[in-house]
Design a protein around this ligand. Sequence first.
Ligand SMILES: [Zn+2]
Length: 245
Amino acid sequence: MSKFEYVSIDYSTAGNVLANNHLNRYFINSGFRKNAELMEYVEMTKKGSVVFKAGSGRYNLLLVGGVHGDELASQAALIRLMHNIIQGNMKIKCRLHIVPFLIPYTTMYNSRNYNDKDMNRNAHLDGITKKIVDYAQNNNITALCDCHTTDPDKKPGFASVFCSARPLFDSIKIAKHICIDTSSRILPISDAGSILKGAVEDESNLRGIPSVTCEAVSPSGNLYEDSVDFSYMQICSFLDYFGVI
Ligand SMILES: [Zn+2]
């Protein structure tokens, strides 16, 4: 029986993520290539942005990766989570929605931007990042975790979690939990959207869905196991906040 249901939210973002050599090598070395069910799901992203859904419970949680296509460790961490759920190594006590590759096209090209745009500054305008926030709203998502990595030579450059105090203080509470669990640094702002416009996290908070952005340290466009481990730990801590793992 298939572990995940799935729904496409955009066809224009299509790309072959395994044409990204770093990611492909990681898939081979981690044994993901041998997980036929997982590979079927990855294959689907050749047709665009897909949300994978599994489990049931009181909460509806959404994990997003690949808003920046060259941040490979967080996308790999979400694939690891899907792999573990399929293998039965991870039991989830909620309705979990996972988007490992929000923009397969940019992951394929190991690119931060999509059509020359930083999509994490675009979620207030029409496009794929707005679509994922729309999805969250239309599917009664309880909370959203946007999974990124930060290059050690760029900002923030250290393991961290972005959040905001208003309009939803839950954003701060979730971030605090992840920071204590993983020794990440909390990066709070007072009002969502007041510093940057169009981040998935800010737009989600503004629309009533508590949200955080997790940053694991990893050189952009590269993929190392310890960065995947760290991103995975942040993701598990987000789930742990809701008591669903
Ligand atoms: Zn990012």
